[in-house]
Design a binder for this molecule. Structure first.
Ligand code: F6R
Length: 270
């Protein structure tokens, strides 16, 4: 289905009552891609927002036999300088929230290597590995309060590929909650580019809470601009945003998005 025939002319906005309902809907969609694809390739995100989705995917594996054995995964990003066993590394996050609890073949889970000694070559190899896996069927994304996707901060080229980026002070401050002090937040990351993300066959963006309401509205209803990298998704042929009521609060046309969703033909439903 992720690589199916339906080409949506616009972003699909799915408004759910709360974080739990958002997480369940996201897991339903990702679970379906995993079930239906012969060799599903899933793009993964970290951060607070997808934690509930991972929890629900683990539950589907445990209670409903969701089989991850054919799946390949690629994460969006990793901090430069953090070893995979560092508690704040995204390698550690993924083991904790998903990999340790499902039957993924670890050889087919990929994250950028924050300790790489040749970062440009590593980034090229990461891009190549995505191509060799057949491309990403569904890319899960969160959105930063400054509009970043992956760690493509404002002013990132909308055609960018996997590379090193310097985090903005806003992102460092936002992510300081995971570290003892903000000085400990690495300044650099390796991230898939906006262009890499746009190559995914399906983008699934999650956002929850009032703190994301402004940026969700700018990304969905504002102009496409590298100042809000998530706005590039307006050009994606197949992008769904699943957001809760609080994150939807500043959308001018929320009633219209609900109307569209409620009247969606069955054949268009994921
Ligand atoms: C994480 C990532 C980031 C986060 C974003 C939102 O892999 O790529 O773009 O999705 O910073 O983070 P949370 O979900 O913590 O608000």
């Amino acid at each position: 289905m992720a690589g199916g025939q339906v080409q949506r002319p616009s972003m699909e906005i799915i408004i759910k009552p709360d974080y739990e309902a958002m997480s369940r809907e996201a897991a339903l969609i990702v679970g379906r891609v995993i079930r239906e694809g012969p060799r599903p390739v899933i793009g993964l995100a970290t951060g607070s927002t997808p934690e509930g989705m991972y929890h629900e995917l683990v539950r589907q594996h445990r209670d409903e036999g969701l089989d991850f054995s054919r799946a390949t995964t690629f994460n969006l990003d990793e901090y430069v300088g953090l070893a995979p066993d560092h508690p704040q590394s995204y390698h550690h996050y993924m083991r904790h929230h998903l990999f340790d609890h499902v039957n993924l073949n670890r050889d087919r889970t990929h994250l950028p290597d924050g300790l790489s000694e040749d970062i440009p070559a590593h980034c090229r190899a990461y891009e190549q590995a995505i191509v060799e896996a057949g491309g990403i069927d569904v890319q899960v994304l969160g959105i930063g309060s400054d509009g970043h996707i992956g760690f493509n901060e404002p002013s990132s080229s909308l055609g960018s590929r996997t590379r090193i980026k310097t985090l903005t002070q806003e992102t460092i401050a936002a992510n300081a909650r995971f570290f003892a002090t903000s000085e400990q937040v690495p300044r650099h990351v390796i991230t898939m580019g906006v262009g890499t993300i746009m190559d995914s066959r399906f983008c699934l963006v999650l956002a929850s809470g009032g703190a994301k309401a402004d940026i969700v509205a700018r990304a969905v209803e504002g102009p496409v601009t590298s100042m809000v990298p998530a706005s590039a998704l307006q050009f994606h042929p197949r992008c769904s945003l699943i957001i809760d009521e609080a994150a939807a609060a500043k959308l001018e046309r929320a009633a219209y998005y609900r109307w569209i969703y409620d009247h969606k033909p069955d054949w268009q439903r994921v």
